[in-house]
Design a protein around this ligand. Structure first.
Ligand code: BES
Ligand code: ZN
Ligand code: ZN
Length: 499
């Protein structure tokens, strides 16, 4: 019997929510001298000859060289209505890509808002559509703070961010795409940062439903009974120890005119808190396990952007949401569960729970007609050992599909790196008692975890993203607040939009 209690604090008022994000606008650069803003920002590159006496002086004194993310501020500039003119370093001109634009816009946003600036205009010389998108992304992502639950907001916010370009009409569509993408990524960040007492599986489901209703997506929440009927013994085994009931969140997007019969499934790990269960984790750092639903939150954020950008491929998201708790009703090491696929699993370690909920979600996604699957999961500490906090670990059973995903990731500016899945690794998962064991021993832990999922993806082209090292940022960067990053959202969306 479950004794789930309502969390009274789950719905609070007075906080800056994802619905009210930084206001942005694309304007004509012809009128920049007349722009009534607190700060007019221009990007200056390293090693470029300048005739501007102010910049010459800054370079002479070494105060500004144009290195990426450097900042210099001039007050009451002559010939401008703006209160300040700001130089922000763009690094080397020939290395200035979308990723640098995103960082520069984020850095300018964060540096200026900290000074109490409210209105900013960034001058963008390039007519490259990707640059306009990246600039607005950088501003919206940079302005965002994880301060939802602070009674007194210490962090300041901008009120308005303008991007001044030579041809606003030509760039409007990409500007809007960037805005939607960043707002959706912030929705993911907000969900991931939510504390585990306030974001239980049912609350996550309610938040997904609210997003779906606001954006015209179909939303279905499968409850425990429904999952039992479907035979999801592997997922339900993880949920057994918790007083919080589980939910399988399903979000559906259908294009008006599909370009093909392809159907993309996005599967996201939604463990709202991972104590490890009976194989309990050490106390130190356990609070970070509130982010063990970052893959699920990325799928929810991506679906919001997909609903608005309307790609011509069908996309369905599946988010198995559970809490992994030790208790008198919890799953034990040694338990054997039967998954929806029919395969039996020996649970040797209850802390390897991600793969136990994902396999049933993958089987269900295939049953629902998905032709291609991508999952995102904070799956293993081992991927952090392998790739640190920089790259997402990528695994696949289909080279072509993996190449497609890596291309989408690169275009999105999300760093991802492929790791192998040779058949030899399957041996690690042998169990004397069941069809497969849920852990593969000490070495190659990210690979054996992915190998476990591969077993359930079967013949369906599938890519697995292990985001354990990249979902959380421990220290604030010049362009991004610490906490949840919203990684995988932009890749998911790019994959669908460029399909
Ligand atoms: N949620 C963790 C993985 C994780 C670790 C995420 C660090 C973010 C940061 C996952 O459920 C887990 O506990 N994995 C175990 C697997 C092991 C028992 C085979 C791990 O990585 O230690
Ligand atoms: Zn775990
Ligand atoms: Zn976990």
């Amino acid at each position: 019997m479950r004794r789930a209690r309502d969390c009274a604090g789950a719905i609070r008022k007075g906080n800056r929510m994802s619905e009210e994000q930084l206001k942005t606008e694309l304007v004509d650069a012809a009128g920049i001298a007349q722009l009534d803003v607190d700060a007019l920002v221009t990007i200056a590159h390293e090693g470029v000859e300048t005739s501007d006496p102010w910049r010459k002086e800054l370079e002479r004194t070494g105060e500004f060289t144009g290195k990426l993310n450097e900042i210099a501020i001039q007050f009451s500039p002559a010939g401008h209505k703006a209160r300040r003119v700001v130089l922000v370093g763009g690094g080397k001109a020939d290395k200035f890509t979308q990723d640098e634009v995103r960082k520069v816009a984020g850095t300018a946003t964060r540096a200026l808002k900290a000074k109490g600036v409210k209105t900013v205009a960034l001058v963008l010389d390039s007519l490259e559509p990707g640059f306009a998108a990246a600039a607005v992304e950088g501003a919206i992502l940079g302005d965002w703070e994880p301060d939802r639950h602070k009674s007194k907001k210490e962090e300041k916010h901008l009120e308005k961010f303008l991007i001044a370009v030579k041809d606003p009409k030509a760039l409007q569509a990409s500007f809007e795409r960037g805005r939607w993408l960043a707002e959706s990524q912030n929705l993911t960040r907000e969900l991931v940062n939510e504390p585990p007492n306030l974001l239980t599986p049912l609350v996550l489901a309610a938040r997904a439903k609210k997003m779906a209703e606001a954006n015209g997506l179909e939303c279905e929440i499968l409850d425990e009974e429904r999952m039992r009927v479907l035979g999801m013994g592997s997922l339900l085994g993880v949920s057994m120890g918790s007083a919080q009931p589980p939910a399988l969140i399903v979000l559906r997007y259908r294009p008006a005119t599909p370009a093909s019969g392809d159907h993309l499934g996005l599967v996201g790990k939604g463990v709202t808190f991972d104590t490890g269960g009976i194989s309990i984790k050490p106390a130190e750092g356990m609070e970070k396990m509130k982010s063990d639903m970052a893959g699920g939150a990325a799928a929810i954020g991506a679906m919001q952007a997909i609903a608005r950008l309307k790609p011509s491929i069908a996309v369905t998201a599946f988010i198995p949401a559970v809490e992994n708790m030790p208790s008198d009703r919890a799953q034990r090491p040694g338990d054997i569960v039967t998954s929806m696929s029919g395969k039996t699993i020996e649970v040797l370690n209850t802390d390897a729970e991600g793969r136990l909920i994902l396999n049933d979600a993958i089987t269900y996604a295939k049953q629902q007609g998905c032709t291609h699957l991508v999952d995102a999961a904070t799956l293993t500490g081992a991927v952090v050992v392998a790739l640190g906090f920089v790259n997402v670990g990528v695994f696949s059973n289909d080279e072509e599909f993996q190449a497609k995903l890596l291309k989408a990731a690169k275009a999105a500016g999300e760093k991802m790196w492929p790791l192998p899945l040779d058949e030899e690794y399957r041996e690690l998962l042998k169990s004397p008692y069941a069809d497969i064991a849920n852990i593969g021993g000490r070495w190659g832990g990210a690979i054996s975890a992915a190998m476990f999922l591969k077993e359930f993806a079967g013949e369906t082209p599938w890519v697995h993203l292990d985001i354990a090292g990249t979902a959380l940022l421990e220290q604030t960067r010049p362009f991004l607040a610490n906490g949840a990053t919203g990684v995988a959202v932009r890749t998911f969306v790019n994959l669908a939009v460029s399909w």
